[in-house]
Ligand binder design. Structure first.
Ligand code: FAD
Length: 485
């Protein structure tokens, strides 16, 4: 049954209210609008500044026409198998097939409906994918993905109210019927909606929720966006939502120090190694940037990424953001091991031994004692390049469990009427605990994939509401001007 609150209960009403202006929120808004709903987006911050803006905008999808054009054979079953192999058992296995199945459609939707500029990444595959399936803006900047999405949202007259955080959900008879917002001026608004989409990301920026659900993150700083304060978890829990994969997160082992910029894992995949301040490797780097971050945290010593000029230059040519780090002196060149050891702060003999052992493993002359088998372009050669690095948390992967229509589920498996979630706000598909279950692109897969699914399902609920209650529809008095901040 669709709940019918009185229109007078609200300052504004819409069919679909989206909370959060990130990839999930904007995709949900576009999908809902395309399905015929009136939509509004409220955003906590005064500008686009969510995690998607910080990301490299890489979205995995299987069976796209971009892959076909590049001669890459891929399908949802293969993608789902890759996701399961890395993540292991977890609380949202039902979403693995759903997201893999919808992935190509969602990428085509972004390109065709929203004119988002996406290209297939063939320069690197990244962690967990057995074929090339990351689709990213040519610049590899999530900010460009967001700008394209924002343009599409504006072109459809979807109001976006910046600086208007949702402060609580409005619930009548167990159904979510909108949310209350509070602007910096103190002005509050009660927004009624037939369907509300939580697209407000995870809890990476909430020390209390991190301590409660991911105590192992204590040693990691948060590299993600400040808006990720865990409202979906707090509100969902209060409504009896089932929370899943709460100990799961994505981290990254290589934040350049002191630059604070991301060192793309491509330099590792192309043959780079990571040593501690004693000049020794301590884990298989091909575990991936997220899993390796946990190893660094457990190891507890400063780390340095070592690669060479060839790796640096090839990588910088294809990834402008890394090129910027190089330009700012974040990838120092050393012509011999002694100078490199001085930078690392270790005994040159130990570092020489480490590099020689890695080179032997890279040529197949010896087996790597840490188990690494992939060495990219082969053994590193002088001139060497080094970057001091530290691990950081990117985003959390736990949250309210949603069904295949992105409806938030209660503990008993029934949906909470009117409430949808996606992206970092929902339970992800990256395993139950820690950072090892994260396949590259899982963040935006959940953001764009569940946003797409949520938007369509939310529009369907609004249409059902309208059909059942033609005189009391939420959609009829949308006031876009009121929502524009
Ligand atoms: C450096 C970095 C690189 C990354 N690279 C990739 C990548 O290449 N591929 C990938 O898949 N993932 C990547 N990730 C992860 C990815 O960015 C996130 O998983 C994804 O962007 C989440 O999208 P979202 O829409 O759920 O959240 P966001 O993009 O964070 O959007 C959520 C929005 O909700 C707003 N909000 C929060 N609370 C409220 C509230 N109460 N009311 C209103 N608004 C609210 C926030 O301010 C924010 O703008 C990366 C992360 C980082 C930090």
């Amino acid at each position: 049954m669709v709940t019918t609150p009185a229109r007078d209960d609200f300052d504004i009403t819409v069919d679909v209210l989206v909370i959060g202006a990130g990839a999930c929120g904007f995709t949900a808004a576009l999908a809902a609008k395309a399905a015929g709903a009136d939509v509004a987006v409220v955003e906590k911050l005064d500008r686009l500044a969510g995690n998607t803006m910080l990301s490299s905008g890489s979205i995995p999808a299987a069976g796209t026409r971009l892959q076909a054009a590049a001669g890459i054979a891929d399908d949802p079953a293969r993608f789902a198998a890759d996701l399961r192999r890395v993540a292991g058992p977890h609380d949202a296995d039902h979403l693995v097939d759903r997201l893999a199945a919808v992935s190509a459609e969602m990428v085509h939707f972004l390109i065709d409906e929203a004119a988002v500029d996406l290209t297939l990444v063939t320069a690197y595959r990244h962690v967990g994918h057995t074929v090339h399936r990351l689709h990213a803006p040519p610049s590899r900047k999530g900010a460009d993905l967001m700008r394209d999405l924002e343009r599409a949202v504006a072109a459809r007259d979807i109001p976006v109210a910046f600086g208007n955080p949702a402060t609580r959900l409005i619930v009548i008879d167990g159904a979510v019927v909108g949310a209350e917002t509070r602007a910096a001026t103190g002005e509050t608004a009660r927004i009624g909606a037939a369907a509300t989409v939580l697209a407000c990301n995870g809890f990476g920026h909430s020390p209390a929720l991190r301590a409660r659900f991911c105590p192992e993150l204590a040693a990691l700083s948060h590299f993600g966006a400040v808006g990720s304060e865990g409202e979906a978890v707090i509100w969902g829990e209060a409504l009896g939502a089932r929370l899943g994969n709460m100990g799961s997160f994505q981290a990254h082992a290589a934040i350049a120090q002191p630059h604070g910029a991301l060192v793309t894992w491509t330099v590792i995949e192309k043959g780079g190694v990571i040593v501690d301040d004693g000049g020794r490797r301590f884990a298989d780097e091909t575990l991936g940037y997220s899993a390796f971050a946990e190893r660094v945290a457990a190891h507890g010593r400063p780390t340095v990424a070592i690669y060479d000029k060839q790796v640096r230059d090839v990588t910088a040519a294809g990834q402008p953001e890394f090129g910027e780090l190089v330009e700012h002196g974040g990838a120092r060149e050393f012509h011999d091991v002694d100078a490199l050891a001085a930078f690392v702060g270790c005994d040159p003999a130990v570092l020489a031994e480490t590099l020689a052992a890695a080179a032997a493993a890279g040529t197949g002359a010896a087996t790597d004692p840490l188990g690494r088998t992939a060495w990219g372009l082969g053994p590193l050669t002088s001139p060497y390049v080094a970057t001091r690095i530290a691990p950081a948390l990117f985003h959390t992967q736990g949250g309210p469990v949603v069904d295949a229509d992105a409806r938030v589920l209660r503990a008993d498996g029934t949906p909470i009427p009117g409430l949808y979630a996606g992206g970092g706000a929902a339970c992800g598909v990256s395993g139950r605990r820690g950072s090892t279950g994260y396949v590259s692109g899982n963040g935006l897969l959940a953001a764009v994939g569940l946003g797409y699914v949520a938007g369509r399902a939310a529009a369907g609920r609004a249409a059902a509401h309208r059909a059942a209650h033609p005189d009391d529809s939420f959609h009829s008095d949308l006031q876009p001007e009121r929502l524009r901040s």
